[in-house]
Ligand binder design. Structure first.
Ligand code: PEP
Length: 251
C-alpha cells in the first residue's frame, strides 16, 4: 500500500519568522501520520528554522532544489550532503520553474537524483508538459521521456522509494486544475513507464503526486484517482488552514 503524501512547495515565499509561525499554526492538527505524510518544501534559507520548528511534530521537510555536487567551488548552490546532515527528508528536483528559469536539463535532474539518494534524501522528481505539448498531442512521449531521463541508472529499490510529481505546467499557479481524469491518465502512464523500465513491483511502490492548483476544493476527487498518491502544492500550502485541509482530506 502506498501512503499518500501531501507536500507543500512554498517557492520563494516566507522568511524564517513566517516559517515558524506557520508550523505553530499546524501543530497538533496534522492527520494521522500512519494515514498520510505531510511535507513542507521551503526555501533553503528557511530550512533550519523549519526543521527546528517541526521537531516533535509529524511534519517532514523538503528542500526545493539542491545541487549534484556535495562541496566545492559552486557559488550559491545547496549541497545534498548538508541537507542530509541537517535532517531534510525530501528533495524536490526538476520543478518546471527550475527547468524554465534556471535552464535545468534532464541530465542535471538525473545527477541531482543520484546525489540525493547517495546522501539518503528522498527525491521528489517533477515532470510535466506545457500547453503547447498537450495541444500537439505529445503528452505521453514528453512525460515518459522526462521520466526515463530522470531515472537513468537508478536502482529499482531507489525508484520504488522515490516520489514522482506530475505537474502539467499549464496548471501550475494558474488556478486551472487538470481534471481528475487528465491527471489520472498521465499518472498511470508514469507508473507504466516505471514498470517498463523496472518491473511491476517497483511501479506499484513508487508514489506519484499530482501538482497544479491542487486546493481544498479539489483534493478529494484528485486523491480518489487510483494512480494519484499525493499532491505537490504551491499556493494552497502557504496558509496553515488550507494546508491542513489538504493534509486532512480523508476527513
Ligand atoms: C507547485 O508549486 O508545484 C504548484 C503545483 O503550484 P500551485 O499549487 O500553486 O499550482
Amino acid at each position: 500500500m502506498r501512503k499518500p503524501i501531501i507536500a507543500g512547495n512554498w517557492k520563494l515565499n516566507k522568511n524564517p519568522k513566517e516559517t515558524a509561525e506557520f508550523v505553530a499554526g499546524i501543530k497538533g492538527k496534522l492527520a494521522d501520520p500512519a494515514k498520510v505524510e505531510a511535507v513542507i518544501g521551503a526555501p533553503a534559507v528557511d530550512l533550519q528554522t523549519l526543521i527546528d520548528a517541526a521537531k516533535g511534530t509529524d511534519l517532514k521537510v523538503a528542500s526545493e532544489n539542491s545541487y549534484f555536487e556535495e562541496a566545492g567551488a559552486f557559488t550559491g548552490e545547496t549541497s545534498p550532503k548538508v541537507l542530509a546532515e541537517m535532517g531534510v527528508d525530501y528533495g524536490i528536483i526538476g520543478h518546471s520553474e527550475r527547468r524554465e528559469y534556471f535552464h535545468e536539463t534532464d541530465e542535471d535532474i538525473n545527477k541531482k537524483a543520484h546525489a540525493l539518494f547517495k546522501n539518503g534524501v528522498t527525491p521528489i522528481i517533477c515532470c510535466g508538459e506545457t500547453l503547447e505539448t498537450r495541444k500537439a498531442g505529445k503528452v505521453n512521449e514528453w512525460v515518459s521521456g522526462q521520466i526515463k531521463a530522470a531515472l537513468k541508472d537508478l536502482s529499482a529499490a531507489q525508484v520504488a522509494s522515490a516520489v514522482i510529481a506530475y505537474e502539467p505546467i499549464w496548471a501550475i499557479g494558474t488556478g486551472e486544475t487538470a481534471t481528475p481524469e487528465q491527471a489520472q491518465e498521465v499518472c498511470h502512464l508514469i507508473r507504466e513507464t516505471v514498470a517498463g523500465l523496472y518491473d511491476q513491483t517497483t511501479a506499484e511502490n513508487v508514489r506519484i503526486q499530482y501538482g497544479g492548483s491542487m486546493k481544498p476544493a479539489n483534493v478529494k476527487e484528485l486523491m480518489a484517482q487510483p494512480d494519484i498518491d499525493g499532491g505537490l502544492v504551491g499556493g494552497a500550502s502557504l496558509q496553515p488552514d488550507s494546508f491542513l485541509e489538504l493534509v486532512n482530506y480523508q476527513g
